[in-house]
Design a binder for this molecule. Structure first.
Ligand code: ZN
Length: 113
């Protein structure tokens, strides 16, 4: 799905690189509600929806609107690093979702000017 540069400048975008500390994430996740939110947001604003309609990332196969916990590896643990979670929450699904929160794959392909 193509999106214009103008659209990119205007919209409030969800940051696919957004990670949240594990265990302290109080955000709500609901796949069906988030799919609907994203669809309605794009329709209302007249933006091209770039996120997959079913929420399944074509790159990693994970559900973008579900929360995934990431366990730190031993190297990260040796520095005291805690686990973290990724996922587009129901609140975040009210912004233009441009990439997968889990693998950071971009859903955007720039349209020719
Ligand atoms: Zn992905």
């Amino acid at each position: 799905m193509a999106v214009t540069v103008k659209e990119l400048r205007e919209v409030l975008m969800y940051d696919p690189g957004n990670i949240k500390p594990g265990g302290t994430d109080m955000q709500k996740y609901n796949v069906n509600e988030s799919i609907q939110n994203q669809k309605e947001y794009c329709a209302t604003k007249g933006y091209s929806q770039v996120a997959p309609r079913d929420g399944i990332c074509g790159n990693c196969g994970l559900q973008i609107y579900s929360v995934v916990y990431h366990e730190p590896n031993n190297f990260q643990k040796s520095f005291g690093m805690q686990g973290w979670v990724t996922g587009v929450s129901t609140e975040e699904s009210k912004m233009l979702v441009i990439g997968c929160p889990h693998c950071r794959h971009s859903f955007i392909r720039l349209a020719p000017a």
